[in-house]
Design a protein around this ligand. Structure first.
Ligand SMILES: Cc1ncc(COP(=O)(O)O)c(C=O)c1O
Length: 314
Protein backbone atom coordinates (compact mmCIF):
# COMPACT_ATOMS: atom_id res chain seq x y z
CA UNK A 1 0.00 0.00 0.00
CA UNK A 2 1.39 3.38 -1.02
CA UNK A 3 0.58 6.27 1.28
CA UNK A 4 1.29 9.75 -0.09
CA UNK A 5 2.52 12.84 1.64
CA UNK A 6 -0.03 15.32 0.31
CA UNK A 7 0.39 18.85 -1.05
CA UNK A 8 -2.09 21.59 -0.10
CA UNK A 9 -3.69 21.38 -3.55
CA UNK A 10 -4.12 17.61 -3.29
CA UNK A 11 -5.66 18.04 0.16
CA UNK A 12 -8.21 20.55 -1.09
CA UNK A 13 -9.19 18.21 -3.96
CA UNK A 14 -9.40 15.25 -1.60
CA UNK A 15 -11.60 17.20 0.85
CA UNK A 16 -14.22 17.59 -1.88
CA UNK A 17 -14.05 13.92 -2.88
CA UNK A 18 -14.30 12.66 0.70
CA UNK A 19 -17.29 14.91 1.39
CA UNK A 20 -19.17 13.43 -1.55
CA UNK A 21 -19.10 10.08 0.30
CA UNK A 22 -21.35 11.53 2.99
CA UNK A 23 -23.49 14.13 1.26
CA UNK A 24 -25.26 16.32 3.79
CA UNK A 25 -26.54 19.83 3.65
CA UNK A 26 -24.18 21.73 5.89
CA UNK A 27 -24.79 25.36 5.02
CA UNK A 28 -22.36 27.51 7.02
CA UNK A 29 -19.97 27.26 9.94
CA UNK A 30 -18.46 29.90 12.18
CA UNK A 31 -15.15 28.91 13.75
CA UNK A 32 -13.30 31.05 16.26
CA UNK A 33 -10.21 28.99 15.34
CA UNK A 34 -10.46 30.17 11.72
CA UNK A 35 -11.69 33.60 12.80
CA UNK A 36 -14.71 33.64 10.49
CA UNK A 37 -17.41 31.77 8.56
CA UNK A 38 -16.98 29.09 5.90
CA UNK A 39 -19.69 27.80 3.58
CA UNK A 40 -17.77 24.95 1.88
CA UNK A 41 -18.70 21.80 3.84
CA UNK A 42 -15.24 20.34 3.24
CA UNK A 43 -13.73 23.24 5.18
CA UNK A 44 -15.99 22.78 8.22
CA UNK A 45 -13.25 21.24 10.31
CA UNK A 46 -12.12 21.04 13.92
CA UNK A 47 -8.41 20.54 14.71
CA UNK A 48 -7.71 16.97 15.84
CA UNK A 49 -5.84 18.25 18.91
CA UNK A 50 -8.91 20.20 20.08
CA UNK A 51 -9.80 18.45 23.35
CA UNK A 52 -13.39 18.32 22.06
CA UNK A 53 -12.23 15.71 19.54
CA UNK A 54 -9.95 13.47 21.60
CA UNK A 55 -11.56 13.82 25.07
CA UNK A 56 -15.13 14.98 24.43
CA UNK A 57 -14.10 18.06 26.43
CA UNK A 58 -16.69 20.62 25.43
CA UNK A 59 -20.36 21.53 25.66
CA UNK A 60 -22.98 21.95 22.97
CA UNK A 61 -26.50 23.04 22.06
CA UNK A 62 -28.90 22.44 19.19
CA UNK A 63 -31.44 25.14 18.41
CA UNK A 64 -34.33 25.37 15.95
CA UNK A 65 -34.55 28.09 13.29
CA UNK A 66 -38.08 27.99 11.89
CA UNK A 67 -39.21 30.32 9.12
CA UNK A 68 -36.57 32.84 10.24
CA UNK A 69 -37.53 32.52 13.92
CA UNK A 70 -34.87 31.60 16.46
CA UNK A 71 -36.88 29.44 18.85
CA UNK A 72 -35.98 29.54 22.57
CA UNK A 73 -32.64 31.20 21.77
CA UNK A 74 -32.25 32.66 25.25
CA UNK A 75 -32.95 29.31 26.90
CA UNK A 76 -30.41 27.50 24.69
CA UNK A 77 -27.74 30.17 25.19
CA UNK A 78 -28.29 30.17 28.96
CA UNK A 79 -27.99 26.37 29.05
CA UNK A 80 -24.81 26.53 26.92
CA UNK A 81 -23.23 29.03 29.31
CA UNK A 82 -24.49 27.05 32.32
CA UNK A 83 -23.02 23.77 30.99
CA UNK A 84 -19.68 25.49 30.32
CA UNK A 85 -19.63 26.93 33.82
CA UNK A 86 -20.31 23.52 35.37
CA UNK A 87 -17.19 22.04 33.75
CA UNK A 88 -15.11 25.23 34.33
CA UNK A 89 -14.85 25.88 30.61
CA UNK A 90 -14.29 29.55 29.74
CA UNK A 91 -16.56 30.69 26.89
CA UNK A 92 -14.67 32.86 24.38
CA UNK A 93 -17.66 35.17 23.75
CA UNK A 94 -20.47 36.81 25.66
CA UNK A 95 -24.07 35.66 25.21
CA UNK A 96 -24.83 38.70 23.02
CA UNK A 97 -21.72 38.11 20.88
CA UNK A 98 -22.75 34.47 20.37
CA UNK A 99 -26.22 35.63 19.33
CA UNK A 100 -24.66 38.01 16.77
CA UNK A 101 -22.38 35.24 15.48
CA UNK A 102 -25.42 32.95 15.08
CA UNK A 103 -27.26 35.62 13.06
CA UNK A 104 -24.19 36.22 10.85
CA UNK A 105 -23.76 32.46 10.27
CA UNK A 106 -27.46 32.20 9.36
CA UNK A 107 -27.06 35.06 6.87
CA UNK A 108 -24.17 33.19 5.23
CA UNK A 109 -26.28 30.00 5.22
CA UNK A 110 -29.02 31.78 3.21
CA UNK A 111 -31.84 29.69 4.63
CA UNK A 112 -35.19 30.21 6.38
CA UNK A 113 -35.18 26.86 8.22
CA UNK A 114 -32.26 25.18 9.94
CA UNK A 115 -30.82 23.49 12.96
CA UNK A 116 -28.10 25.56 14.60
CA UNK A 117 -25.53 23.65 16.63
CA UNK A 118 -23.10 25.46 18.90
CA UNK A 119 -20.02 23.89 20.43
CA UNK A 120 -17.72 25.42 23.01
CA UNK A 121 -14.58 23.32 23.05
CA UNK A 122 -11.61 23.26 25.44
CA UNK A 123 -9.54 24.11 22.36
CA UNK A 124 -6.40 22.78 20.66
CA UNK A 125 -3.24 21.87 22.55
CA UNK A 126 -1.78 18.38 22.80
CA UNK A 127 -3.44 15.02 23.19
CA UNK A 128 -3.42 14.52 26.95
CA UNK A 129 -6.49 14.80 29.17
CA UNK A 130 -5.33 17.94 31.00
CA UNK A 131 -7.56 20.89 30.09
CA UNK A 132 -4.66 23.16 31.11
CA UNK A 133 -2.74 22.11 27.96
CA UNK A 134 -5.22 23.96 25.77
CA UNK A 135 -4.22 27.23 24.10
CA UNK A 136 -7.74 28.59 24.70
CA UNK A 137 -11.36 27.50 24.35
CA UNK A 138 -13.06 27.82 20.96
CA UNK A 139 -16.56 28.41 19.63
CA UNK A 140 -17.94 26.60 16.60
CA UNK A 141 -21.44 27.29 15.22
CA UNK A 142 -22.77 25.11 12.44
CA UNK A 143 -25.97 25.67 10.47
CA UNK A 144 -27.47 22.66 8.69
CA UNK A 145 -30.72 21.89 6.92
CA UNK A 146 -33.24 20.41 9.36
CA UNK A 147 -33.73 16.65 9.07
CA UNK A 148 -37.50 16.35 9.56
CA UNK A 149 -38.86 13.82 12.02
CA UNK A 150 -41.04 11.23 10.22
CA UNK A 151 -44.42 13.07 9.79
CA UNK A 152 -46.35 9.75 10.05
CA UNK A 153 -45.18 9.37 13.65
CA UNK A 154 -47.17 12.44 14.72
CA UNK A 155 -50.30 10.52 13.63
CA UNK A 156 -49.41 7.04 14.83
CA UNK A 157 -47.37 7.92 17.92
CA UNK A 158 -44.00 6.39 18.79
CA UNK A 159 -42.72 3.22 20.49
CA UNK A 160 -40.49 3.62 23.53
CA UNK A 161 -38.40 0.83 25.04
CA UNK A 162 -36.55 0.54 28.33
CA UNK A 163 -32.81 1.07 27.97
CA UNK A 164 -30.19 -1.30 29.33
CA UNK A 165 -27.57 1.47 29.21
CA UNK A 166 -26.69 2.72 32.67
CA UNK A 167 -27.94 6.18 33.49
CA UNK A 168 -25.26 8.84 33.70
CA UNK A 169 -24.20 10.10 37.09
CA UNK A 170 -26.39 13.00 38.30
CA UNK A 171 -23.71 15.64 37.55
CA UNK A 172 -23.08 14.51 33.95
CA UNK A 173 -26.78 13.89 33.24
CA UNK A 174 -27.48 17.56 33.88
CA UNK A 175 -24.65 19.01 31.76
CA UNK A 176 -24.89 19.03 27.95
CA UNK A 177 -21.32 17.93 27.34
CA UNK A 178 -19.85 16.50 24.14
CA UNK A 179 -19.27 13.32 26.12
CA UNK A 180 -22.42 11.61 24.81
CA UNK A 181 -21.34 7.99 24.45
CA UNK A 182 -24.13 6.63 26.75
CA UNK A 183 -26.66 8.65 24.71
CA UNK A 184 -25.19 7.29 21.46
CA UNK A 185 -25.49 3.73 22.79
CA UNK A 186 -29.11 4.40 23.75
CA UNK A 187 -29.88 5.65 20.24
CA UNK A 188 -28.18 2.60 18.74
CA UNK A 189 -30.13 0.35 21.10
CA UNK A 190 -33.45 1.90 20.04
CA UNK A 191 -32.63 1.56 16.33
CA UNK A 192 -31.44 -2.06 16.82
CA UNK A 193 -34.66 -2.93 18.71
CA UNK A 194 -36.90 -1.16 16.21
CA UNK A 195 -38.09 1.29 18.87
CA UNK A 196 -38.34 5.00 18.16
CA UNK A 197 -36.71 5.88 21.48
CA UNK A 198 -35.34 4.16 24.56
CA UNK A 199 -35.52 5.70 28.04
CA UNK A 200 -33.01 5.09 30.80
CA UNK A 201 -33.83 4.07 34.37
CA UNK A 202 -32.06 5.19 37.55
CA UNK A 203 -30.59 2.59 39.95
CA UNK A 204 -33.62 3.29 42.20
CA UNK A 205 -36.00 2.42 39.33
CA UNK A 206 -37.04 5.91 38.22
CA UNK A 207 -37.57 6.83 34.56
CA UNK A 208 -35.11 9.37 33.14
CA UNK A 209 -34.98 10.45 29.50
CA UNK A 210 -34.09 9.22 26.02
CA UNK A 211 -30.84 9.84 24.10
CA UNK A 212 -31.71 13.44 23.22
CA UNK A 213 -35.35 13.90 24.28
CA UNK A 214 -37.32 14.23 27.51
CA UNK A 215 -40.37 12.16 28.40
CA UNK A 216 -43.50 13.31 30.25
CA UNK A 217 -46.93 11.88 31.10
CA UNK A 218 -50.51 12.89 31.77
CA UNK A 219 -51.99 11.01 34.72
CA UNK A 220 -55.56 9.68 34.87
CA UNK A 221 -56.41 12.79 36.92
CA UNK A 222 -54.95 15.11 34.24
CA UNK A 223 -51.72 16.02 36.03
CA UNK A 224 -48.79 16.83 33.75
CA UNK A 225 -45.94 14.85 35.35
CA UNK A 226 -42.28 14.89 34.41
CA UNK A 227 -39.37 12.79 35.71
CA UNK A 228 -37.22 14.60 38.22
CA UNK A 229 -34.51 16.82 36.68
CA UNK A 230 -32.11 15.18 39.16
CA UNK A 231 -31.52 12.50 36.49
CA UNK A 232 -32.17 14.37 33.25
CA UNK A 233 -31.16 17.34 31.19
CA UNK A 234 -33.41 20.37 31.66
CA UNK A 235 -34.88 20.21 28.15
CA UNK A 236 -35.85 23.59 26.74
CA UNK A 237 -38.86 22.03 24.96
CA UNK A 238 -40.12 20.30 28.10
CA UNK A 239 -39.66 23.41 30.26
CA UNK A 240 -41.61 25.44 27.70
CA UNK A 241 -44.34 22.77 27.59
CA UNK A 242 -44.62 22.88 31.39
CA UNK A 243 -45.49 26.59 31.14
CA UNK A 244 -47.81 26.21 28.16
CA UNK A 245 -49.58 23.17 29.68
CA UNK A 246 -50.40 24.82 33.01
CA UNK A 247 -53.82 26.25 32.07
CA UNK A 248 -54.83 22.96 30.41
CA UNK A 249 -53.91 20.46 33.15
CA UNK A 250 -54.96 19.87 36.71
CA UNK A 251 -51.36 20.56 37.82
CA UNK A 252 -47.77 20.42 36.52
CA UNK A 253 -45.32 18.48 38.70
CA UNK A 254 -41.74 17.25 38.58
CA UNK A 255 -41.26 14.05 40.57
CA UNK A 256 -39.79 10.53 40.66
CA UNK A 257 -41.80 8.35 38.26
CA UNK A 258 -41.59 4.59 37.75
CA UNK A 259 -42.22 2.43 34.68
CA UNK A 260 -45.55 1.48 36.31
CA UNK A 261 -46.55 5.18 36.55
CA UNK A 262 -45.96 5.52 32.80
CA UNK A 263 -47.88 2.33 32.00
CA UNK A 264 -50.87 3.65 34.00
CA UNK A 265 -50.73 7.06 32.31
CA UNK A 266 -53.56 8.53 30.28
CA UNK A 267 -51.00 9.83 27.80
CA UNK A 268 -47.23 9.82 27.41
CA UNK A 269 -45.25 12.38 25.38
CA UNK A 270 -41.71 12.74 24.08
CA UNK A 271 -40.32 16.21 23.49
CA UNK A 272 -37.15 17.73 22.13
CA UNK A 273 -35.85 20.53 19.93
CA UNK A 274 -35.83 18.83 16.55
CA UNK A 275 -39.15 16.96 16.66
CA UNK A 276 -41.21 19.12 19.05
CA UNK A 277 -43.94 17.05 20.78
CA UNK A 278 -44.94 13.53 19.82
CA UNK A 279 -47.31 11.03 21.50
CA UNK A 280 -45.95 7.75 22.89
CA UNK A 281 -48.44 4.98 22.08
CA UNK A 282 -46.33 2.02 23.20
CA UNK A 283 -44.12 1.96 26.30
CA UNK A 284 -42.06 -1.06 27.37
CA UNK A 285 -43.98 -3.25 24.88
CA UNK A 286 -47.42 -2.27 26.21
CA UNK A 287 -50.06 0.09 24.83
CA UNK A 288 -50.64 3.44 26.49
CA UNK A 289 -54.44 3.83 26.89
CA UNK A 290 -56.00 2.70 23.58
CA UNK A 291 -52.67 2.76 21.74
CA UNK A 292 -53.51 5.95 19.83
CA UNK A 293 -52.29 9.54 20.31
CA UNK A 294 -54.63 11.30 22.75
CA UNK A 295 -56.23 14.71 23.09
CA UNK A 296 -53.43 16.23 25.21
CA UNK A 297 -50.75 15.30 22.66
CA UNK A 298 -52.82 16.96 19.98
CA UNK A 299 -53.48 20.08 22.05
CA UNK A 300 -49.84 20.38 23.19
CA UNK A 301 -48.57 20.06 19.62
CA UNK A 302 -50.89 22.93 18.65
CA UNK A 303 -49.78 25.06 21.62
CA UNK A 304 -46.17 24.38 20.72
CA UNK A 305 -46.70 25.41 17.08
CA UNK A 306 -48.49 28.62 18.14
CA UNK A 307 -45.63 29.40 20.51
CA UNK A 308 -43.09 28.87 17.75
CA UNK A 309 -44.99 31.23 15.45
CA UNK A 310 -45.24 33.88 18.18
CA UNK A 311 -41.48 34.57 17.87
CA UNK A 312 -40.58 37.48 15.59
CA UNK A 313 -38.70 36.79 12.36
CA UNK A 314 -35.09 37.88 11.84
C1 LIG B 1 -29.95 14.17 27.06
C2 LIG B 1 -30.97 15.10 26.53
N1 LIG B 1 -32.19 15.14 27.12
C3 LIG B 1 -33.16 15.96 26.66
C4 LIG B 1 -32.94 16.79 25.57
C5 LIG B 1 -34.05 17.68 25.09
O1 LIG B 1 -33.70 19.04 25.26
P1 LIG B 1 -34.26 20.16 24.29
O2 LIG B 1 -35.73 20.18 24.43
O3 LIG B 1 -33.63 21.41 24.78
O4 LIG B 1 -33.85 19.79 22.90
C6 LIG B 1 -31.68 16.81 24.94
C7 LIG B 1 -31.42 17.68 23.82
O5 LIG B 1 -30.60 17.46 22.98
C8 LIG B 1 -30.68 15.93 25.43
O6 LIG B 1 -29.45 15.89 24.87
Amino acid sequence: MKVSILTLEQILNQFKKSRQKSPQTYLAMYSSWLGGIVTDPELMLIPIDDHLVHRGDGVFEAMKYYERRLYLADEHLNRLLGSAEKISLPVPNTKEEIRTLIVETLKAAKTDNAVIRMFVSRGPGGFGPSPYDSCGSQLYIIVTNPKPFDPKKYETGVRVGISKIAMKDKFFATVKTCNYLPNVMMKKESVDNNWDFSVNISPEGFVGESATENIAMISQSNEFLIPSFKYTLRGTTLLRMMTLAKPHCHSVKERDLTIKDFLNAKEVLMCGTTMGIVAVTEFDGKKISNGKPGAFADQFAKLFKEDLLSYSQL
